[in-house]
Design a protein. Structure first.
Length: 405
């Protein structure tokens, strides 16, 4: 009897331990799954935008490589001061390039480096840009909104401009090495990317050759204003033309999205009440996305918006692009100093010298941005990027909840 009782007791203890172990295992497994599946909306959007923009960049670079090569050749060629000669024209630069051994294919010099290098750098740029927008929108909204007196245009402008600057600052460090190699290939200094990389690393100073003096600084001086001008124009066109037209056509077909109320209840200046309102707006947008048909955006409008935005950003930043190209192709000539390069460029041709390459740059950038944003929006839709997070500042709600708890 005692033996039987002891055996029964042991069996019960074993069952309890087994059950406890099973429960612990399943609990830890569930926690692991939740941690991998429940990424913060801002992080998930950033990852999706990283992928979408990287793929779009490779597609756009391949389509328009010849214009980029011609632009680089025009900007790199230095005429003798006082000779009366101007820079290379569009047709002249193309002829110089095609006189090289591979003929027409020389217009695609550096394409492999450009496409492969652009994917991570552009992906990083748009990934950080998207993530920053999600985080900064509620911060600006709290700082600039008082008693329901919202300033949507100012909030939107500051959010886009600041996010563009942050994204480009991060991406510039990854962009410089492939820009250096690509431009040396385009100007005929190396026959292939492999030869160029090997020579730069072995004979030109190792890793320093991929980061020429002043290269990162001038890259940022050009790219940050370019990003701000381009993305402000693009986001504005999408807000007031592309998406507005799509929403209008949706409402006429009986699938109108219910407006998101910003005055559901009085809002005080406390973090907790503002957090509650942001969360309420976000939930309403998510409910709209589930119960209504998504407005159909016409791809040609993405193309027009992207092309116009790229043209504006490109023309306004062409002087910085001239300086960037010269410092990255022949940094030693100017001792890596931006202002020395600026003075030398001005001495060669006055103010017009800073517009060299502007025509091929526009010819390149307008269709490049048009094609990029078409592909970008296509991949974003394919990856189901949640724009409701950006619109409502979803990245900041969780942080506010942590602060108020």
């Amino acid at each position: 009897m005692a033996s039987t009782a002891s055996s029964s007791s042991s069996s019960a203890e074993a069952a309890v331990l087994s059950s406890s172990s099973s429960t612990s295992t399943s609990s830890s497994s569930a926690m692991g799954n939740n941690s991998t599946q429940q990424l913060p909306p801002a992080v998930l959007n950033g990852i999706k935008n990283f992928i979408a923009s990287g793929l779009a960049a490779a597609c756009a670079k391949t389509l328009l490589a010849p214009f980029d090569t011609i632009k680089t050749m025009q900007q790199q060629v230095v005429r003798d001061i006082g000779s009366g000669e101007t820079g290379l024209g569009l047709a002249e630069a193309a002829k110089v390039i095609m006189r090289r051994p591979r003929g027409f294919l020389e217009l695609y010099a550096g394409l492999g480096v450009s496409a492969l290098g652009a994917m991570p750098s552009v992906g990083l740029y748009f990934g950080v840009y998207s993530y920053s927008k999600d985080l900064l929108a509620p911060i600006y909204q709290k700082a600039l909104s008082n008693n329901n007196n919202e300033k949507p245009i100012l909030i939107r402008t500051l959010t886009v401009a600041t996010s563009a600057a942050i994204g480009n600052t991060v991406a510039s460090f990854s962009r410089v090495p492939h820009e250096v190699v690509k431009q040396k290939l385009q100007t005929g200094q190396y026959p292939s990317a492999l030869v160029g990389i090997k020579d730069l690393f072995q004979n030109q100073g190792g890793m320093k050759a991929f980061f020429p003096t002043g290269g990162i600084r001038i890259q940022m001086i050009r790219d940050i204003p370019y990003a701000i001008f381009t993305l402000l124009a693009y986001e504005s066109l999408r807000d007031h033309w592309v998406n507005a037209a799509a929403a209008g056509s949706s409402s006429t077909s009986g699938n109108a999205v219910q407006p998101v109320s910003t005055t559901t209840r009085p809002v005080s200046n406390t973090t907790q009440s503002r957090t509650a309102l942001l969360k309420q707006q976000q939930q309403q947008r998510r409910e709209n996305s589930r119960t209504t048909t998504t407005p159909t955006v016409k791809p040609w409008k993405d193309m027009v918006a992207g092309g116009l935005s790229g043209g504006i950003g490109s023309y306004l930043t062409n002087p910085m692009d001239v300086i960037k190209t010269r410092l990255q192709t022949d940094s030693a000539m100017y001792d890596g100093k931006v202002w020395r390069c600026v003075r030398a460029t001005y001495a060669e041709g006055g103010a017009r010298a800073f517009l060299r390459g502007s025509v091929p740059r526009l010819i390149h950038k307008i269709p490049a941005n048009a094609s990029f944003f078409v592909f970008y929006e296509f991949f974003r839709r394919a990856l189901k990027v949640d724009d409701a997070v950006i619109a409502s500042g979803g990245g900041g709600v969780e942080e506010d909840e942590k602060d108020s708890s």
